[in-house]
Design a protein around this ligand. Structure first.
Ligand code: HEM
Ligand code: HEM
Length: 140
């Protein structure tokens, strides 16, 4: 495996765990808007959906931390190979801010009406766009 393959593997692993952490929001919205409106005949499907939803919510912090760790390794390999990207640095700073806010909200502030959660909820949307640009345009 060449260095570029390793960089890409680590990049996609980071993107995957970022998406899994982001799903904390997606599963709740889908549950509220769609799943809650399904009738009794869809009970089996609803039960299965809720099981997956609980799994996503329960592991949210873990997914976020794994995304940070794989990003740091991705960054280390990229840095060692002298291959920095501006979109990569922006992604790294956004992910770092999201994780710091998450840790602050989960263990220090704990108030779910706090400003931390508003910012923690908005930043992933911006990061998602930056990651798409980062993974699509290899020169940026
Ligand atoms: C949230 C953080 C990040 C994510 C999710 C991410 C994701 C990715 C992904 C998915 C790829 C593979 C794209 C492809 O298939 O060609 C990639 C490649 C790369 N990333 Fe990142 N990245 C992140 C942070 C960074 C940082 C901090 C840097 C460096 C400052 C960086 C530099 C690079 C470079 C140099 C490549 C290789 C591009 C190429 O194929 O030539 N990334 N990244
Ligand atoms: C890739 C990193 C992360 C992303 C993309 C992310 C994204 C989100 C989003 C979108 C929400 C809002 C969900 C809702 O509307 O209820 C949320 C909630 C929350 N996040 Fe994160 N997060 C990340 C990492 C973390 C980390 C590392 C922690 C703590 C260690 C954390 C702790 C929390 C907490 C406590 C909530 C409040 C709601 C709940 O408990 O589910 N997050 N996160």
């Amino acid at each position: 495996m060449g260095t570029l393959d390793l960089i890409r593997l680590l990049g996609w692993t980071t993107a995957l765990f970022f998406c899994l952490a982001f799903f904390n929001y997606v599963v709740k919205v889908v549950n509220k808007r769609c799943i809650n409106k399904l009738g009794k005949e869809k009970k089996q499907f609803v039960d299965n959906y809720r099981k997956i939803m609980k799994l996503v919510i329960k592991n949210h912090k873990l997914f976020g931390i794994i995304a940070l760790v794989t990003m740091l390794i991705h960054f280390y390999v990229v840095f060692s190979a002298h291959l920095l990207r501006l979109t990569g640095i922006i992604s790294a700073l956004l992910l770092l801010a999201i994780v710091i806010l998450g840790v602050y909200g989960a263990f220090i502030n704990k108030n779910k009406k706090g400003v931390w959660l508003k910012i923690h909820r908005i930043l992933p949307f911006i990061l998602l766009i930056v990651i798409i640009i980062h993974a699509t345009f290899r020169q940026s």
